[in-house]
Design a protein around this ligand. Structure first.
Ligand SMILES: C[S@@+](CC[C@H](N)C(=O)[O-])C[C@H]1O[C@@H](n2cnc3c(N)ncnc32)[C@H](O)[C@@H]1O
Length: 242
């Protein structure tokens, strides 16, 4: 066997193991994990496109909800030299896996301190740093509308003016929820979509569909306007479910 075959086999085995890990964590807590499989390379690429806009300028980048690291890998390989990446992950097992990824990633040899993994909720993170790019992998449609509003507002506060936020939403989840969940759950889901729609209306600069993902997903890109103060949290509309 040549070197390429063995390293290729190793990568495949590692991806397989991560796929299983993700699946088991989803079985343990589907609400927080929010998916049964990691994001595809296509989805990861689109989510991380804004880090390439600035050429070789050093950036501060934040990734929230990194799971087993499929988007993290794309971020690390696209980061310009001297850029810094903060990764926030709520699940302790995923956080350990992400620390391993950072320790062993060939692009970070000798400079692993540029990337930090925080085992925390994004709501509690305070690095004291504003960001040029935020990539969010959080399963918003599993959260309460109030939680989503708090997090989106925090993202906008954390962004530099002109900075970009990307996040994704699986397609068709509202219909699945209507068919499989209680009316209260379907109502909560709709309210979350309303909160997100409000941020999209004010800040969206693009939305794309990635069919090559399980399930297919929409990727949203939002931007904090230049010369406008960070938004105050939206008041929840009457009838919104918490
Ligand atoms: C849908 S998975 C996405 C994982 C990865 N980004 C990907 O695309 O494959 C959502 C991730 O967000 C994490 N998560 C959920 N709520 C969180 C929170 N409040 N703060 C930080 N991470 C959270 C979950 O543990 C999970 O790893």
């Amino acid at each position: 066997m040549d070197d390429w075959t063995t390293s290729h086999d190793r990568v495949l085995a590692q991806r397989n193991a991560e796929g299983w890990m993700f699946f088991f964590e989803a079985a343990r807590d589907l609400r927080t994990t929010g998916a049964v499989a990691p994001s595809s390379k296509k989805l990861a690429r689109l989510l991380t496109d804004p880090v390439q806009e600035h050429g070789t300028r050093p950036l501060n980048v934040l990734e929230a909800g990194a799971g087993t690291g499929s988007v993290t890998r794309a971020l690390i390989s696209r980061l310009s030299p001297a850029s810094r990446l903060d990764i926030v992950e709520a699940n302790a097992r995923f956080a350990s896996q992400l620390r391993r990824l950072v320790r062993t990633h060939s692009r970070l040899a000798g400079e692993g301190e540029r990337v930090r993994v925080h085992h925390a909720l994004i709501e509690q993170l305070d690095t004291g740093r504003p960001y040029d790019v935020i990539v969010s992998g959080l399963p918003f449609t599993n959260f309460t509308p109030a939680q989503v509003d708090t997090i989106m507002n925090r993202y906008m506060e954390l962004l530099h003016p002109g900075g970009a936020l990307t996040y994704f939403a699986y397609r068709g989840t509202r219909y699945a929820r209507v068919l499989t969940a209680s009316r209260a759950e379907a109502r909560r889901h709709r309210s979350v979509e309303h909160v997100l729609a409000d941020y999209q209306r004010r800040y969206a600069t693009g939305c794309w569909t990635v069919w090559g993902n399980l399930p297919p997903a929409n990727v949203w890109q939002l931007r904090r306007p230049v010369g406008v103060p960070a938004p105050a949290a939206l008041g929840l509309t009457a009838g919104a479910t918490r």
